[in-house]
Ligand binder design. Structure first.
Ligand code: GTP
Length: 195
């Protein structure tokens, strides 16, 4: 029987990364254009949805799973990887330990998925004076792992749309078998000076 790829109508994206790196804030910015300074930690996981039209005219539903970064919820986060078609792996540019955790998160992804598309967000790029991770180090890390990297700010809406949109395109292209999409990265990532 010939294997025919079916055009996907639903793409599941999972947010991963340490606690307080900004996963919930990034989703909120992407879905509703809002930002909240208050920190309300995610318990377990949350599910949010958005309809997007791909460049071939097909409408797909993005389901975004917001997982909790806290260690006690680690197994819930890793189990959410299974069945995902895309992962946003986030660290906080002002918190070195969250960058150091990326390797562990990538191992979790490897163990629980079959080469699912991943993009790395270095979040809070508005706080450039507090950086604990240099831009080049983050870029090199992503390059070594053959992943796309975006310096993002949920607070100032920098690169958030571009990052999610690229991941959605990568996932759609991989799982729907549609190779005709323009998967080039946006040429101008940000007008802002420091991200
Ligand atoms: P967990 O649910 O515990 O895993 O945290 P989280 O990764 O979902 O982090 P959350 O989005 O709750 O953000 C944590 C804190 O960082 C909040 O106080 C946010 O307002 C703040 N924050 C998130 N994104 C940014 C950003 O881009 N810039 C700045 N300056 N603060 C941010």
């Amino acid at each position: 029987m010939s294997e025919k790829k079916i055009k996907r109508k639903v793409i599941r994206i999972t947010m991963l990364g340490d606690s307080a790196v900004g996963k919930t804030s990034l989703i909120s910015r992407f879905l509703t254009q809002n930002f909240d300074e208050n920190y309300l930690t995610t318990i377990g996981k949350d599910k949010l949805e958005k309809k997007v039209v791909m460049s071939d005219g097909n409408e797909i539903k993005l389901i975004i799973w917001d997982t909790a970064g806290q260690e006690r919820f680690h197994s819930i986060a890793t189990s959410t990887i299974k069945g995902s078609q895309g992962i946003v792996l986030t660290f906080d540019l002002t918190k070195r330990s969250s960058f150091n955790s990326l390797e562990g998160w990538l191992n979790d992804i490897k163990e629980n998925s079959n080469e699912v598309p991943v993009v790395i967000f270095g979040n809070k790029c508005d706080l450039f004076e507090k950086y604990e991770v240099e831009e080049n180090e983050a870029k090199n890390f992503a390059k070594e792992h053959n992943l796309e990297y975006f310096a993002t700010s949920a607070k100032q809406d920098i690169n958030v749309q571009d990052g999610f949109n690229l991941l959605a395109k990568m996932a759609y292209e991989k799982y729907s078998g549609n190779n005709s999409l323009d998967l080039n990265k946006p040429k101008q990532k940000s007008e802002k000076r420091f991200c």
